[in-house]
Design a protein around this ligand. Structure first.
Ligand code: NAD
Length: 289
C-alpha cells in the first residue's frame, strides 16, 4: 500500500485559529474590551516590514486593534526602552511585540526584559521563558507554539515521541525543546557544532529544522514516516525556500510543511492567540464580567 504524504497546510490551520480568535475578540468586545497589540520596529529592514504588515492585517481580520511604532535606525537603547515603557503603561495596549532583528548595537535581551511579562506576546521575557522551563506555559514563543498546535491538530502523540530539533536559537530551538519536554517527548537539539547531523536527524519521528540553511536536510537524513517542520526562510534567487529539500523529503515523510505556507502562517496565528490570552488575563478581575 502506498502511504500518502500529508502536506501540512499552515494557511488552512491558521484560518481555523482565526475563526476561534474572532470569537474570543467578540466576547471581549461584549465586555467593552478591545484587545490592543503594539509592534515595535527599529529601522527599515524590508523583511521585518513585511512581517509587521502580515501581523497587522491578521489582527484586523479578527478584531484586534494594532499599531506599529517605528523608530529610526539610529535609535539608542534609551530611546527604545523609553518607547517600550510608554507602551507598558498604556491600558489600551495588551500585547507588545518587538520585531527582531534589531540594528547592530541594540541588545534584544535588554529590550525584551523591559516589556512587562504580562504583555510579552512573543514569550521572550526571562520570566516567561523561566516559567516555560519549569513546565508552566504562560506566554510562549509563537513559532514553537504553532508547531505544537499543528501536531495536536494532526493527532500526533508527543508523549514518548523522538523529537529532533535542528537549531538552538532563543526564538525557536530552545523554547520548542522545553515545550516538547513539557509534553514528555524525548528531545535532541542539534546546531552548527553538531558533528554528524544525519546521525541525529535519522532518529526523528518529529523533525523540526530552524537553521536558515537552504537544502540542509536531504532525503537520506530523514526517517521514513517522520513529521517534518521546516521553519527556515531563505531567499534563493527570486524564490523563498526552507531548510529542507521539500520534493525529495516528501517522498519519505508522513507529513511535511511547505515553505512558504507552512510554519510562517502558524506563527502569525499564534500571535493572535497570545494577544487574546494576554488581554483575557489582564481583564480577569474586570467588574464587567
Ligand atoms: P538563528 O538564525 O538565530 O540560528 C540558527 C541556528 O541554526 C543556530 O542554532 C545554529 O547553530 C544552527 N545552524 C546553522 N547552520 C547549521 C548547520 N549547518 N547545521 C546545523 N545547525 C545549524 O535561528 P532562528 O532565529 O531560529 O532562525 C532560523 C531560521 O528560521 C531562519 O531562516 C529564520 O528566518 C527562520 N524563522 C522562521 C520563522 C517562521 O515563522 N517561519 C520564525 C523564526 C525564524
Amino acid at each position: 500500500m502506498i502511504e500518502l504524504t500529508t502536506i501540512i497546510d499552515g494557511k488552512a490551520l491558521a484560518s481555523d485559529v482565526e475563526v476561534d480568535a474572532r470569537e474570543r475578540a467578540k466576547k471581549l468586545a461584549k465586555r467593552g474590551i478591545v484587545p490592543g497589540l503594539a509592534t515595535v520596529l527599529v529601522g527599515e529592514n524590508p523583511a521585518s516590514q513585511m512581517y509587521i504588515r502580515l501581523k497587522h492585517s491578521a489582527c484586523s481580520r479578527v478584531g484586534i486593534r494594532s499599531e506599529n511604532v517605528v523608530l529610526p535606525p539610529e535609535s539608542t537603547e534609551i530611546d527604545l526602552i523609553a518607547r517600550i515603557q510608554e507602551l507598558n503603561s498604556r491600558s489600551d495596549i495588551n500585547g507588545i511585540l518587538l520585531q527582531l532583528p534589531l540594528p547592530r548595537g541594540l541588545s534584544p535581551q535588554r529590550a525584551m526584559m523591559t516589556i512587562r511579562p504580562e504583555k510579552d506576546v512573543d514569550g521572550f521575557h526571562p520570566q516567561n521563558m523561566g516559567a516555560l522551563l519549569l513546565g508552566v506555559e504562560l506566554l510562549v514563543p509563537c513559532t514553537p507554539l504553532g508547531i505544537i498546535y499543528a501536531l495536536e491538530r494532526l493527532g500526533k502523540k508527543l508523549e514518548g515521541a523522538e523529537v529532533v530539533i535542528v537549531g538552538h536559537s532563543n526564538v525557536v530551538g530552545k523554547p520548542l525543546a522545553a515545550m516538547m519536554l513539557n509534553r514528555n517527548a524525548t528531545v535532541q537539539v542539534c546546531h552548527v557544532f553538531t558533528g554528524d547531523l544525519a546521525r541525529h536527524t535519522r532518529d526523528a519521528e518529529i523533525l523540526v529544522v530552524a537553521a536558515g540553511v537552504p537544502g540542509l536536510i536531504k532525503k537520506e537524513m530523514v526517517k521514513s514516516g517522520a513529521y517534518v517542520f521546516d521553519v527556515g526562510i531563505n531567499r534563493v534567487g527570486d524564490k523563498t525556500v526552507g531548510d529542507v529539500d521539500f520534493d525529495k523529503v516528501s517522498e519519505v515523510a508522513a507529513a511535511i510543511t511547505p515553505v512558504p505556507g507552512g510554519v510562517g502562517p502558524l506563527t502569525v496565528a499564534m500571535l493572535l492567540r497570545q494577544t487574546l490570552q494576554a488581554t483575557e488575563n489582564q481583564n480577569q478581575n474586570n467588574p464587567t464580567d
